[in-house]
Design a protein around this ligand. Sequence first.
Ligand code: MYA
Length: 636
Amino acid sequence: MMHSRKLILSLPRVLPAQQISPASVCFRGLATRAEAKTEKKDVPSEERKPVPSKSFVMNMFCGETVIDQLIPYPNYLTEDHTEVLHMLLDPTEKFFKDCNDPVKNDDEAVVAGDTLQGLRDMGAFGMQVPQEYGGLGLNNTQYARMVEIVGASDLGVGITLGAHQSIGFKGILIVGTPEQKAKYLPKVASGEHMAAFALTEPSSGSDASSIRSRAVPSEDGSHFILNGTKIWISNGSFAEIFTVFAKTPVKCPKTGDIKDKVTAFIVERSFGGLTHGAPEKKMGIKASNTAEVYFDNVKIPAENVLGGVGNGFKVAMEILNNGRFGMAAALSGSMRASILKAVDFATNREQFGSKIKTYGTIQEKLARMAMVHYATESLAFMISSNMDGGSKDYHLEAAISKVYASEAAWTVTDEAIQIMGGMGFMKETGLERVLRDLRIFRIFEGTNDILRLFVALTGMQYASTHLKVVQKAMYNPASNIGLLIGEGSKRAIRAIGLSNARPLPGVHSNLASQAADISKTVELFGSACEALLIKHRAEIIGQQFALNRIANSAIDIYTSAAVISRASKAIAAGSPTAQHEENIAKIFIDEACSRTRHNLKIVRSKDAMKRFDLMASISNDMCENGGLVAGRALGF
Ligand code: MYA
């Protein structure tokens, strides 16, 4: 993979013994970028203190359970918010049921004009745009609930809407100047102008900062001239407003050196010089438009820089972070719709003299579908609520929700097809389209592979700063006695095989054993991360076999935590579905914690590491051989 080359090559191979540099234990590492970082912040990386985070996931990497954003299950909806939502839900559901035809959209590879107009009339193009700019002014949770409906009905329409507002003009919404907001938001909110997000290029996919599109400032600084090519741009054929990322020369204020940095721009098609290719032919989400977009000496006014010259990479990441929970919400809707079909079939289909719902095989499938759906929905709304509550510490959680939801939705739809057998395979059932549509969700908006590494390395970086603080305290023990005693006793207790972990507070007593299990697993996870950091130091960045297990553990623990929080709330409130939710939580958490223990054993196991080396060797042989290496089984 492109990134692995960069990740491995980009780090110093050797650090002085026991030095765990926070700046190097992370994704980046090209010497130039490390320098830029130090210049920017004017503080040597090793002197930087860990910035405290309220993120449950981030703190998990230090073996700590921080529950501020976890328990009780967050909800910032006021009565007004709920009332607005009630006004919107029924008409939106009715619209998608009666007025949109997903089969026709898919067959014709375009969203029908009637659907687009209906969506405009409903205000669906500006769901989160403040009302003063003509939008519906929904908060993240209201938006999540609305996109669930879209996801349940037609993912092709979902991408058209999502590429427009989840990423297309989101930058204007979150970092735009008042002038940019006033100029652009009204037209995109009404759907008069469609928006698109233009980051990916032929030679820059996962490695987003390697883009080659370039925008050069004019002598008088009044505008930039943009040249470059973007590929796979959703809404690329018809968008009028583009958020475009390009390299621009930036002068370092300290050294005066000029370096290329990414800058984000708002580009109008009407500026001239912007053209697009033919719509791409795709496996799924066919109704959505995907095209190449070309910029040929496009003249962009300087006031269309978005988020500041040289800040474009951060702007891109913030936009993507900010929209990811929406994908989890939409896919929760898709899963709900697939499950409905599977349950209906299982309840009515008779084979071998009984309804198939009575067979253990089908029961296990349905139960698992319900469990992963419950987990996905719990993640989506936990993150949207925390964002509504003002959290800024949600980017690892959002990445996990995207990874988890895209894999869960695939599994659920695949199993729904399996339950329905031949019927599930038929086009008329509608599940093959959903399965085709779902495939891309594991690839775009950050592949799941890249997001796993992002979660693992960002968490490890946070843990390394924590470790670094402990190391520094060693140099001046007298003034750090509290810290050292705390850390020392934790390690001493762990060293004799005991646990410091206290069960997650605030969990209903019916789930006490699961609460204890999650806490213990967090502790194990923290010490596994610490051991990896001490063993590999900066080289951790190249340990992708281990990092993937760390990421999977983080995903299992965080989903378990979201599930226990939601189920606890249901039990405490005496919800009519409390027993059902408790059952889901018990199985889900028991299995997730057991998977995590297994994964953490693997990252510490020498035998497993040897197997990873063998896998690397098999893969290298294949690549050198241009395919499979072994001959045919019977030699011909
Ligand atoms: S759009 C294309 C999507 N493309 C990607 O997602 C690209 C994936 N690549 C990356 O994300 C980055 O390149 C990675 C970093 C992660 C690999 N949040 O040196 P670095 C900071 C905050 O590690 P790199 C599409 O698919 C980092 O801390 N900050 O970076 C549309 C550091 O900061 P500092 C972050 O090694 C599809 C600095 O950046 C993040 O180059 C259509 C440099 O970091 C982050 N995430 O690689 C979808 N990452 O220097 C339609 C890094 O201060 C929508 N940093 O320490 C559908 C919606 C659903 C439906 C809705 C219905 C309505």
